[in-house]
Design a protein around this ligand. Sequence first.
Ligand code: BGC
Length: 763
Amino acid sequence: MKKYTIPLLSAFLCSFPLCHLMAQTLDESIGHKVDSLIALMTLEEKIGQLNLPAAGDFTTGLASSSDIAGKIKAGQVGGLFNIKTVDKIRDVQRVAVEESRLGIPLLFGMDVIHGYETIFPIPLGLSCSWDMDLIKKSAQMAAQEASADGINWTFSPMTDISRDPRWGRVSEGNGEDPYLAAQIAKAMVQGYQGEDLSLDHTIMACVKHFALYGAPEAGRDYNTVDMSRQRMYNEYFAPYKAAIDAGVGTVMTAFNEVEGIPASGNRWLMTDVLRDQWGFDGFVVTDYTAINEMIDHGVGDLKTVSSLALNAGVEMDMVGEGFLTTLEKSLEEGSITEAQINRACRLILTAKFKLGLFDDPYRYCNPERAKNEVFTAENRQFARQVAAQSFVLMKNEEKTLPLQKSGTIALVGPMADNAENMTGTWSVAGRFEESVSLMRGIQNAVGEGVKIVHARGANVVADSLLESRISIFGKPTYRDNRPEEVLIREALETVRQADVIVAAMGEAAEMSGESSSLSSIELPENQRRLLQELKKTGKPIVLVLFAGRPLAIKWESENIPAILNVWFGGSEAGDAIADVLFGDVNPSGKLTATFPQNTGQIPIYYNHKNTGRPLPEGEWFQKFRSNYLDIPNEPLYPFGYGLSYTEFEYGDLTLDSHELQGDQTLSASVSLTNKGGHDGAEVVQLYVRDLVGSITRPVKELKGFQKVFLKAGETIEVSFEIGREDLMFYNHSLEHVFEPGEFEIMIGGNSEDVVRQKINWKD
Ligand code: BGC
């Protein structure tokens, strides 16, 4: 058999400068090249392109002898993921381009979820910044670092809407709102992919997990999802679609079933919705072994489920090798066609062309870039800035915050001196031990003049077995095995000399994320006991709350004067927290997921339906109304909520019209005054309610927001333009429609405190 080396293949495929062609022509020219290449490929090689193994511990030394190396040489691998550093990636790429028959370069993927080595806040935290430029820039920076280190494909953004904080992966998403999550999905895709995928510093994005992964029953990861199509289209699909509209290169399937068919074998999802309705033209990769898992879902053996996936419209098989080992047989048996294999292969090769890998398979393997562009002082400085924007000030009684840089500060709690846990979940390339702990951040901020005393006071959780389950990926929690009372006594002794207590408590990094669901989201009991004892000292306490999910912190919110929710802020979290604690940065984060009163109130979300028996506003309980006997319907902290060191006052809502027709536009504005003594930013939120519809409509839906900065004492006018398209929704027949009638327009600083007016919009 003739061996095509990469120079030959390059000469054949890249005979003219692509960059001079228009986008349309570029696609066409790539199309021709892909067709020519496919014509050279054997069936086995084509199926090989659909195979995505995990690199595991595949290192340079093993490259020539490992099973994966053998498969790469045989043309049975389309890409690899979870392999890091330019040297290793170059080595593996060399095997692909020099030792396989056709020399087709590999894709190198990784979960670059919230930063590469420079880690930004977990996505849930990042979303609380409501700052699309900042979010886009964080993705850009992540792409720059990852591409400098050999990676050309990230499995991000994760845009699964979730209304269930028991689900551990709520930390990886952007909260509960489809509109906001859609804006974020777009910003992330643009940040990763830029204008041109073939540039050295851009990488291909992958929106996931399609679809509905954030709605598993009981919040248990991988569990069954069942919902109406109406709900899918109106409440869950928007962020995935926004990523597609922004040109995302790839889509990842979800582990769960949708309407009784596992997502990875669901043709309605992968073809009817994704391709036919939304016009997606990239390729679909499964989640990790998701094809094989269809066997346990109970829809067939490996051969059946693999052909099910291909028939559904899946192109690449992550890890499970169902495609690699069964598609030839299925083809012989006629359950799939060669045209389907060609189509899948074509889409994967097209992505490789777009990334520029055929021009230069080593384009992302530049050791100079790896040395100079990763985890730089500049990137870390930006991460510090981003982190401070993600924090949410939940409570600040009697101006406990900001703290003075004087006197003695007691730093207590399991997260006080815990660098490894600052980055949170899914920070695979992060340098955990080099993160800035809160202790270090406070030390850096206050200098010599302030005394800092420290005690752990409590373990993350009392149960050591539970603790071992929450440090499985190697982010240690630093257990102290002395009895609980001894730890508390030591803390009480330590805080005696302090003027203020900073309690760094909450979750450890791995209490959220994949396979980290919880049945109770209250603060672990031992930590709450410590807080209760600290409260008895009568000293001012600031709770710095670490969390990968909304927590049910009712007792804390009733008893602790100041609460700053810092999520997991990333590499520079410690400095960023100190920036906010001491008032160098005024907090402006707003919640993107509702905080419930207790775990039993879940699912709770602001954009709920009214029901036929709503509880009148302001009431606690009425018999035969939709409410609970033991708690009010209100959440502890609503969607959109967050305080500042300054105070913002909203004026009345002004509308330029109350009667609209057809394609007219409504202008809605409020005056906003910074009444307090600090400069600060406020996220002004626009909500609408469709008062009468052909299907029931939510009591509120976010339709716009603006993050504005006001100097102390300043007043500004904030205006929103609202068009008919903002009032559209999917009706019972899943048509996207505008229904004329009465609407309520609301503007406010969170989803509960709004000024409102009604309008009438005719056809
Ligand atoms: C996760 C994905 C991830 C993949 C590859 C899976 O377990 O669900 O989100 O991209 O692993 O690491």
